[in-house]
Ligand binder design. Structure first.
Ligand code: HEC
Length: 187
């Protein structure tokens, strides 16, 4: 065998060996229980970075083909408001209403949506609400809500940034009771 071929073979075997040792190390770490999964501890910065980046890019890519309505009728915003008060406000808060205390113990902590909603396009909010987010506690509402209901929720969420507590109160006045509930799920 010629010299350059020997060197190339050596490099190849060395690389495979290194990757193998790293993979075994990773598997051993997973089995050892070394990573602290307690929600009281924040993620290690590299883990947080990997999760955040996959989260944002995944939602962006997967929602790209969804066509959002050009605008949302006031009735849609109102219907979405009742749904939001029933299904979302305890985790994400609302104008004039703090989220439930227990939701602050979640990791990641559910973002306060009247700040965060402006960072996501309508089709991204729709995708998030329909599909949820793995390993985060954000539920998928698609399995028991049709697309029309999810667009209503989206319409309301897009109105949230800058909404005054009085507006929220009037939009959601009928929420919480059973008589005025417009959710399609059965309990
Ligand atoms: C049990 C708590 C919980 C409930 C209920 C919940 N969410 Fe979430 N939601 C989360 C968490 C946690 C995240 C953050 C996901 C992450 O960062 O990986 C999130 C993320 C989001 C995001 C993206 C915000 C951002 O900047 O990351 C939107 C939009 C959203 N939720 C909308 C809703 C709507 C609308 C509802 C009601 C239909 C709802 N959520 C119900 C926990 C919840």
């Amino acid at each position: 065998m010629s010299k350059p071929k020997n060197i190339a073979l050596g490099v190849l075997i060395g690389s495979i060996g290194t990757v193998g040792v790293a993979a075994l190390g990773g598997i051993a770490y997973v089995y050892s229980g070394g990573y602290n999964v307690a929600a009281t501890e924040p993620h290690a910065p590299t883990v947080r970075w990997a999760l955040d980046t996959s989260y944002q890019n995944s939602v962006q890519t997967r929602s790209d083909a969804i066509e959002a309505p050009a605008d949302f009728a006031p009735e849609m915003v109102e219907a979405g408001g009742s749904r939001y008060a029933e299904m979302c406000a305890h985790c994400h808060g609302a104008p004039g209403a703090e989220p439930a205390g227990w939701s602050r113990g979640m990791r990641p902590e559910p973002p306060i949506l009247w700040h965060a909603a402006s960072e996501w396009d309508s089709q991204e909010v729709f995708w998030l609400v329909k599909n949820g987010v793995k390993m985060s506690g954000m539920p998928a509402f698609g399995p028991d809500h049709d697309d029309a209901a999810i667009w209503e929720i989206t319409a309301f969420v897009k109105e949230l940034p800058g909404m005054q507590p009085e507006t929220y109160e009037s939009l959601t006045a009928g929420a919480g009771g059973h008589g005025n509930s417009t959710t399609t799920h059965t309990e």
